[in-house]
Design a protein around this ligand. Structure first.
Ligand code: 13P
Length: 339
């Protein structure tokens, strides 16, 4: 199979009507934070147990087409000795891998950050591919404040996202390109619109410069929302209109799918906002989800680190996957939360 055919096959499996992606790629410090909230210690065994539990949710593949894993998970097995990437494949779910190495302060740009992990990436991808991964994820973040993000941060992060995407495609791995304008702060909806437009524009400029094939990427952006501490609360319709406006201005129609991150939105809001977008007129790309917290939060709460809660944990995850599946068609309503 040529590399282009291989990439297309993976895209076809990742982008399916009524489905989205589960982000289960929390880094070690992040999963420790999530576990701490339910008073569970982040040991390798607890992480293996929890992740094999959620990945074996019956019929998860009805609404989830791909799952982003953390490096450690690629090498773990469930209690029956099945490798976790293989467990995903058995569910009809494509396994993927977070490949960035996290972020650091960007020198000479106070308040801005840059994502690391390009050195040796091609070699790492070769290994991850042997372990079952078919796509990858790389996240860059942008803080909104009076002085950030600076132009240098916008350009530097676009450049690393494009280099990452080009390296992935050269290895037959589909890149998920994730520029996240953070929700932290008291900025307005229009601040988020202005920054996101500049960020996405620069990302696609860099992708073009690096000859990345847009048909073979997935974009994972933030939605247009006011800052978490802003007094203004946007309606789902406002979020949908502003998000679609920015995406139409910046994302070429060749991109097959836009899978939003949830970025600290409540599970209900993340679903309602996606639903409102899919109720608008037809767009050139699929509009779907790649949620971490908005899919897993209720499952983690149900689990509490206790195997007696296994059924409720899987049921909580399945319910959010199903509701987001409905939002893919614009057919979600608030009352479905209580059914
Ligand atoms: P959230 O949906 O929790 O933002 O996580 C998605 C993700 O993969 C962040 O990199």
């Amino acid at each position: 199979m040529t590399i282009q055919n291989e990439l297309q096959t993976t895209i076809n499996a990742m982008v399916q009507k009524g489905k989205g992606i589960l982000a289960a790629d929390e880094s070690s410090p992040t999963i420790a934070k999530r576990f701490k909230a339910i008073d569970v210690e982040s040991t390798e065994e607890n992480r293996r147990y929890y992740r094999s539990l959620i990945l074996s949710t019956p019929n998860l593949g009805d609404f989830i087409s791909g799952v982003i894993l953390f490096e450690e998970t690629l090498t773990q097995q469930n209690d029956d000795g099945i490798m976790l990437p293989e467990l995903c494949t058995q569910q009809g779910i494509v396994p993927g891998i977070k490949v960035d190495a996290g972020k650091l302060a960007l020198p000479n740009a106070p308040g801005d950050e840059i994502t690391e992990g390009l050195d040796g990436l091609a070699l790492r991808l070769e290994k991850y591919k042997k372990q079952g991964a078919r796509f990858a994820k790389w996240r860059c973040v942008y803080h909104i404040s009076d002085t950030t993000p600076s132009q240098v941060a916008i350009e530097a992060n676009a450049e690393v996202l494009a280099r990452y995407a080009a390296i992935c495609q050269s290895q037959g791995i589909v890149p998920i390109v994730e520029p996240e304008v953070l929700i932290d702060g008291n900025h307005s909806l229009s601040d988020c619109v202005e920054v996101s437009e500049a960020v996405f524009h620069e990302v696609f400029h860099a992708l073009h410069r690096h000859n990345v094939v847009l048909e073979h990427i997935v974009l994972k952006p933030n939605m247009m929302v006011p800052g978490k501490e802003s007094a203004h609360k946007a309606t789902p319709e406002e979020v949908a209109i502003q998000t679609i406006k920015v995406l139409r201005r910046t994302v070429p129609a060749a991109v097959p799918s836009i899978n939003f991150l949830s970025g600290g939105l409540t599970p209900e809001k993340a679903t309602a906002y996606l639903n409102a977008m899919n109720q608008m007129s037809q767009q050139p790309w699929e509009l779907t989800f790649s949620y971490g917290r908005a899919l897993q939060e209720p499952a983690l709460k149900a689990w509490q680190g206790n195997s007696a809660n296994s059924h409720n944990t899987q049921a909580a995850l399945f319910k959010r996957a199903e509701l987001n599946g409905a939002a893919r068609y614009g057919k979600y309503s608030e009352k479905m939360e209580h059914e």
